[in-house]
Write a protein that binds this ligand. Structure first.
Ligand code: DP6
Length: 368
């Protein structure tokens, strides 16, 4: 695998100070990534809708270290402070320190700067919505903005590719949060340009039915995850169904690619729900086994099925590694479905909370 392309080869023209602010979204996988090998290489290809309203906004202030500071450091030191919603957040630091360690080979300039990272999410903290995809993709974009300042010849295409590559090293699904509306991550024979190293935009024209597709996230359980994604991925090692699952996921991506192009919505519904339940079936059949769905997750799923049958609707659900339910539907059903969610599904949510979202286009720079 050609990771060489992401090394910095030219001489860098260091600047003393810089500050960049990026807004990057969360994403929801249609074909799921579950299982990886080192270093953050997925066992199968996945595809996701990029979201719009669920995002992280991150500013990084970079201040160049003095020459004396650099020589006095006995070994190379990555120096950063982290603020979350304006306040220091020690518990988030280890994941970010690990991220910087993994990317240092590709971003050697981080040793030359003190970084102050200031981050906030648009969705409520501990809503059970994974913030690692939006959080790490935002940091990756800020690093790439600095890299462009000190190495001016970079194209936008390369910046996005390397940002996705870096974000992946922090959290696999973060590689799918740089662009939109549909991103594939993982090498797949039928997706041109696809790679295990970074996400690429879905390369085919998508049927109009999927334009501005809606995703309402029902907040069933806002608590801390019982099992982190990383532990879950590792339980796919020696999982009795692992190899079949990885083959199936790649086959499902072939099917999904056709569905997205031809607009066969009934097949879309079937495949998306099958993927969600297969993901959770993998969790329930690993050793140790675990269940992330809650009773209200199942209540909601049954209500969605009833509604779809009664109203001949094209609503469906998907799940990520938690109890929350993503309700997906075409824009032309928005009014009716929102009414249904408010009157019949919100009662199964904590404090009746849900977030209305739709497909988005990816990272946006907020600094002028
Ligand atoms: C179930 O990207 O959170 O949401 O690479 O260990 O950070 P790490 O895992 P992560 O896993 C996401 C798993 C998923 C499915 C998906 O988004 O494809």
């Amino acid at each position: 695998m050609n990771t060489d392309q992401f090394l910095v080869k030219s001489d860098l023209k260091y600047i003393d100070k810089a500050s960049f602010t990026w807004q990057t979204p969360s994403n929801i996988a249609l074909i799921k990534y579950w299982g990886k090998s080192n270093p953050q290489i997925p066992k199968n290809a996945s595809i996701s809708f990029t979201l719009n309203n669920c995002h992280t906004i991150t500013t990084i202030n970079f201040e160049r270290k003095l020459h004396s500071e650099l020589v006095s450091e006995s070994h190379q030191n990555i120096d950063f402070d982290l603020l979350f919603e304006g306040k220091p957040k020690e518990e988030f630091k280890p994941k970010i320190a690990e991220f910087f360690k993994r990317v240092q080979e590709y971003c050697p300039y981080i040793f030359n700067y003190k970084m102050i990272i200031n981050s906030e999410n648009s969705f409520p903290h501990s809503s059970g919505i994974a913030s690692s995809a939006s959080g790490l993709s935002a940091i990756a974009m800020c690093l790439m903005s600095l890299e462009k300042e000190i190495n001016v010849d970079l194209s936008q295409e390369f910046i996005n590719k390397k940002a996705s590559f870096l974000a992946r090293l922090g959290s696999g699904s973060a590689s799918r949060s740089i662009e939109g509306p549909l991103v594939v991550w993982g090498n797949h024979p039928e997706i041109e340009g696809s790679s295990d190293l970074f996400g690429v935009q879905f390369p085919h024209k998508v049927n109009a039915i999927f334009e501005n597709y809606q995703d309402v996230i029902l907040l069933v359980d806002k608590g801390e995850k019982q099992v982190s994604s990383t532990i879950g991925h590792n339980l796919m090692i020696n999982h009795p169904y692992a190899e079949n699952r990885f083959t199936q996921a790649n086959e499902n991506l072939t099917k999904m690619s056709k569905i997205l192009q031809h607009g066969n919505i009934k097949e879309f519904i079937n495949l998306v729900e099958r993927e969600a339940l297969t993901l959770h079936a993998m969790m329930m059949t690993s050793n140790p086994y675990f269940i992330l769905m809650k009773p209200n997750t199942l209540e909601i799923i049954n209500k969605i099925w009833e509604y779809r049958q009664e109203k001949n609707s094209n609503i469906c659900f998907t799940l990520d590694a938690g109890a929350n339910v993503h309700v997906l539907f075409p824009e032309n059903e928005k009014e009716n479905v929102l009414q249904f969610i408010d009157s019949e599904l919100s009662i199964f949510c904590q404090k009746k909370q849900y977030i209305c979202d739709n497909i988005g286009l990816g990272a946006k720079i907020l600094t002028p």
